[in-house]
Design a protein around this ligand. Structure first.
Ligand code: 5GP
Length: 231
């Protein structure tokens, strides 16, 4: 169930609270399997939507404008930035990437979860602005040899681009301990299972249940009444 009427627990607990949306951030070096994991999650779980980033990077043949990214010129990107329409932005591999602010704020306010496929720089900016809403996951490749193999297998990028991505991987992996969870993607199904478990428990956290104080207050009133009558 999506939207503001979502409750947890079922079985007639009509007063159980709605939930605040999660900013579910997945980062990893290119080739560690983050995009495949994101895709699996979006297919499996209708309650989470992708935050479609804007980028000045050229579109890859397999990508669709407006689905994988909104592809922009540098001028278009700067115009959004100057208007304050970007929640975070970063330069990665010589191109600009950013998260548009509007769709994220709307989703969170409506209690929907948002998936972010962004880099370390972007994650740290989201922490500064809305740490309590962020759940961050860093995906590691099982080995560097495997990372290289996956980048070459993708075959959509030239060798020079692949080398640049490997160099960036060094800086990114060094930030592993800035993340709430770290998963090693040796087997995609197993890693996906772990990802789903994290999302499931994070959805139940106390601070994501804004109506909980009200529920507790009702329980306490009823309890006080029962205790008073029993005197
Ligand atoms: P790619 O070019 O392979 O699609 O993405 C390159 C890197 O940019 C990836 O690590 C990806 O997570 C990151 N990235 C994609 N969108 C954004 C964004 O909106 N903000 C930030 N900070 N990084 C992004």
């Amino acid at each position: 169930m999506t939207g503001t009427n979502r409750t947890q627990g079922g079985e007639g607990h009509a007063r159980l609270p709605e939930r605040r949306g999660i900013m579910f951030v997945i980062s990893s070096p290119s080739g560690a399997g983050k995009s495949a994991l994101s895709r699996l999650l979006l297919q499996a779980d209708p309650d989470i939507r992708l935050s479609v980033s804007v980028t000045t990077r050229p579109r890859r043949p397999s990508e669709v404008d407006g689905v994988h990214y909104h592809f922009l010129s540098v001028q278009g990107f700067n115009a959004l930035k100057d208007r304050g329409d970007l929640l975070e932005w970063a330069e990665v591999h010589g191109n600009f990437y950013a998260t548009p602010r509007g769709p994220v704020e709307l989703a969170l306010a409506e209690g929907r979860d948002v998936l972010f496929d962004i880099d370390v720089q972007g994650t740290l900016q989201l922490y500064e602005k809305m740490r309590a809403d962020v759940v961050s996951i860093f995906i590691l490749p099982p080995s560097i040899a495997e990372l290289e193999r996956r980048l070459h297998r993708r075959a959509e990028d030239e060798d020079a681009v692949i080398l640049r991505r490997l160099k960036t991987a060094e800086t990114e992996i060094a930030h592993w301990d800035d993340y709430d969870y770290v998963l090693v993607n040796e087997d995609i199904e197993k890693c996906f299972g772990e990802l789903k478990k994290i999302l499931a428990v994070e959805r139940m956290r106390r601070h994501r249940q804004p109506k909980l104080p009200e529920t507790i207050a009702h329980l306490m009133t009823d309890l006080a009444e029962v205790v008073r009558r029993g005197k």
